[in-house]
Write a protein that binds this ligand. Structure first.
Ligand code: SF4
Length: 260
């Protein structure tokens, strides 16, 4: 039996962040995009990409509609400084309207399932729609962010998103290295870091942390689980979840991820 030709040659396991990014651009060109929420790792990714290929690369961000005003201002600054277009990927208006009508705008404070429902409609589904148009995406994930992220590879096939390639060039960087790079290259950082926010997401679901608290303690702080995720980087278990019942209510027809 003849085996199919491999789609590409993988970069070495010891490749640096720049080498992984360069490999991504040369292998996938315009079919690759950087996904960022404008936290420090995403900012470093953009700066590194600009040094490698100028302004001709794709950047997108999930605009949940509930971001901090400071995030919107930072996006404007990146557009000016790097001359890049930042595509803002928004929730489906019908899905969002249905959720808000059924559960109200601040459903996330009621219980964890409703919080996950909000993340699904505002973040996870928009991300899936965007990724369905790509062959590869770049994230700013690091292994030391949460226990669940401890085993992430620098380059992997993303089965959850149709088998496209997921690059996490900074996966083995420590937080200090990220901020050191940002300082050396004068990369604009999110202003909320200076106000005690180590992790920055949507405005109603993020707050500063107290000294000694885990860096993600300010995300969904009213929930118990320390290993909190929004679902963008987590595979479902395959078991029908209680959560799916909530989702079915909001999306009676369970429309497929339509590519806009
Ligand atoms: S972080 Fe909060 S506001 Fe943002 S999508 Fe998730 S639950 Fe909704």
């Amino acid at each position: 039996m003849t085996l199919p030709e491999p789609r590409f040659t993988w970069p070495s396991r010891n490749a640096t962040a720049e080498e992984v990014l360069r490999w991504g651009f040369s292998e996938f060109g315009n079919r690759l995009a950087i996904c960022t929420s404008f936290q420090a790792t995403g900012s470093v990714m953009i700066d590194m990409a600009a040094r490698l290929v100028g302004s001709g690369f794709n950047v997108f961000s999930i605009d949940t509609g509930r971001l901090h005003e400071e995030t919107y201002r930072l996006i404007a600054e990146y557009r000016r400084r790097y001359g890049i277009t930042v595509q803002l990927v928004t929730p489906d208006a019908e899905e969002l309207g249905s959720m808000l009508t059924l559960h109200g705008p601040n459903l996330f404070y009621e219980d964890t399932l409703k919080r996950k429902l909000c993340c699904e409609i505002r973040k996870v589904r928009p991300l899936k729609r965007r990724l369905a148009t790509l062959d590869a995406w770049v994230t700013g994930l690091r292994r030391d962010q949460t226990a669940r992220r401890g085993k992430i590879d620098k380059v992997a096939l993303d089965e959850e998103h149709g088998g496209i390639v997921k690059l996490s060039p900074l996966v083995d960087w420590r937080k200090e290295q990220v901020f050191e790079y940002a300082s050396q290259h004068n990369v604009p950082l999110h202003p909320l870091y200076a106000q005690g926010y180590p992790s920055i997401g949507c405005q109603p679901c993020t707050r500063p942390v107290r000294p000694g608290e885990h860096s993600r303690a300010g995300r969904w702080w009213w929930e118990d689980d320390e290993d909190k995720e929004c679902g963008m980087h987590v595979s479902p278990t395959g078991v029908r979840r209680e959560f799916d019942l909530l989702l079915d209510e909001v999306l009676p027809a369970r429309r497929p991820y339509v590519v806009h």
